[in-house]
Design a protein around this ligand. Structure first.
Ligand SMILES: Cc1cc2nc3c(=O)[nH]c(=O)nc-3n(C[C@H](O)[C@H](O)[C@H](O)COP(=O)(O)O)c2cc1C
Length: 200
């Protein structure tokens, strides 16, 4: 099982990254097949957002992003991934800009303009999205909006399974031992991914 794991927080002592590492360790432990995990910490990388050159939408350069920055490796990993795992803080009910830049650069996978065939993804279909968020206060309305938006976005890219899990952290200082319930949620999520037949 190939996993592309993205840690989106710019913070050194990141809660979403800490929980994200737990997820990755546990899925590697629990999976009956070998897990190959590529991890990327966006805060350590140099890259920019989509510059809207639309070259990736031309017949000649279809699906190829001309930017030559650190995201190239993420996209190479994503092409062969079974799971895209993103661990991220919520900023004003939305993605932090570091992660938004990544999703905008996924424009290269949308083949619609050049082919005129509607939204067709150049990524192999059937991928799983797991998004783990931390935020100060769980705001259902904002969170639901973002979840629906990302569900729609990644569905267009050919993803077929979606898991959104999140935990509140009132302070940026945190004690992982105080989040036992969330560990159970992560474990249940992993169990469902590994044994889809158990899905409700
Ligand atoms: C710019 C900014 C915007 C934020 N917006 C929200 C928000 O809308 N809702 C919320 O509950 N927390 C918000 N937070 C708090 C973070 O989401 C929260 O502290 C999160 O757990 C940090 O995760 P990290 O430790 O992985 O960086 C915001 C923090 C920052 C720096």
């Amino acid at each position: 099982m190939n996993i592309t794991a993205i840690f989106a927080s710019p913070r050194q002592n990141s809660a979403s990254k800490a929980f994200g590492k737990y997820f990755l360790n546990r899925i590697a432990e629990k999976s009956t097949v070998q897990c190959n995990i590529d991890t990327f910490t966006l805060g350590d990388m140099q890259y920019g957002g989509c510059k809207a050159c639309y070259l990736c939408q031309t017949e000649e350069e279809l699906g190829v992003c001309k930017e030559t920055d650190d995201l190239i490796e993420v996209f190479a990993s994503l092409r062969k991934a079974d799971i895209l795992f993103m661990a991220t803080p919520i900023y004003f009910g939305n993605l932090p800009s570091q992660l938004k830049a990544f999703t905008d650069r996924c424009k290269q996978f949308f083949m619609s303009t050049a082919l005129g065939l509607g939204q067709i993804s150049s990524l192999p279909s059937g991928k799983i999205l797991v998004m783990l968020t931390t935020q100060q206060v769980y705001e259902v309305t904002k969170y639901e909006k973002l979840r629906k938006l990302l569900h729609y976005f990644f569905k267009q890219l050919g993803f077929t399974d979606f898991y959104f899990i999140g935990e509140d952290l009132l302070s940026i200082e945190f004690d992982l031992n105080e989040h036992k319930t969330f560990y159970n949620i992560i474990d249940n999520c992993i169990d469902t991914i590994i044994n889809p037949a158990d899905r409700l």
